[in-house]
Design a protein around this ligand. Structure first.
Ligand code: SF4
Length: 272
């Protein structure tokens, strides 16, 4: 993941950071991926960022962007892709994880439909010392995928975990929320949108209440994006996770960390 098409008024993040572009479908939740539709429109248009359509690829020039943001931000990582797509080189994903470590004044939210690869690469890079400023999440569209992806997420070393049920296209059933710190739920938007049934949303809300997990209801979705609103039983549900304030280092220190990162990349490149 994670192609999140969103009305800016319900975006729960401050900025998006896209050091990778493109993806490919991995389960039924991807069938109407808006990012795929958008990117493929530009295939073959020389000079456009999506000149290569939705083919997954690293975007090295975006790597150091978080070092330039001088205030602490909620950063949604790879909002139109999946950082753990199998075609993205391990080495590049490792660099993205390293930026999140060094730019410690931000809160990074990483959402995937490929939790096996996330598990492997996060474990290899951070070891058994997960970072307090990194939220790892899985998205799931139905019971089968919720079950398997949450299990893998729970087994991945992380300080914070979250679950995104968007687009939810079937009853997700009973969710194991014991290690989950936040749940986002939403319906599908755009042409051919599949229906989100109110009972599924109520069931998830109830499970979140019982497990004391904050619940964010993003939208009903529908063929006309945003037309069906975002109230569930007459009210909005906008709970966000409580985030600990992150200390912002001095400008000199931020520049130093950026240089450390650039030097590390330069050394790796020279060693090849
Ligand atoms: S994983 Fe996310 S970005 Fe990739 S195809 Fe599926 S919905 Fe689109």
């Amino acid at each position: 993941m994670e192609a999140l098409e969103t009305d800016p008024s319900v975006a729960w993040w401050d900025v998006t950071w896209n050091p990778v572009r493109g993806c490919s479908r991995t389960s039924t939740g991807c069938n109407h991926c808006f990012a795929a539709r958008y990117a493929e429109r530009w295939r073959g248009v020389a000079g456009h960022p999506y000149e290569r359509g939705f083919d997954p690829r690293p975007v090295p020039e975006k790597l150091d962007e978080p070092f330039r943001w001088a205030s602490s931000k909620k950063v949604l990582v790879a909002s139109i892709s999946d950082l753990f797509h199998e075609d993205l080189p391990d080495e590049f994903v490792r660099r993205v994880l390293e930026v999140m470590r060094l730019a410690s004044w931000h809160h990074f939210f990483v959402l995937t439909k490929r939790p096996d690869r996330m598990h492997r690469l996060v474990r290899r890079h951070y070891g058994d010392e997960p970072l307090g400023n990194v939220w790892l999440g899985v998205s799931a569209e139905d019971r089968k995928h919720a079950r398997s992806r949450i299990t893998k997420l729970n087994g991945t070393p992380a300080v914070h975990r979250f679950l995104c049920l968007e687009p939810l296209i079937a009853d997700p059933g009973e969710l194991d929320l014991r290690a989950v710190d936040w749940v986002v739920l939403g319906g599908e938007s755009g042409p051919g949108a599949r229906t989100l049934e109110p009972e599924w949303a109520r069931s998830v809300r109830q499970q979140c209440r019982a497990a004391r997990v904050p619940f964010f209801f993003k939208q009903w979705g529908g063929a006309r994006h945003g037309a069906s609103g975002r109230e569930l039983d007459g009210k909005t549900h906008d709970r966000l996770p409580a985030l600990r304030q992150r200390a912002v280092p001095s400008r000199e220190e931020r520049l130093r960390r950026r240089e450390v990162f650039a030097d590390a990349i330069g050394t790796e490149t020279r060693q090849r």
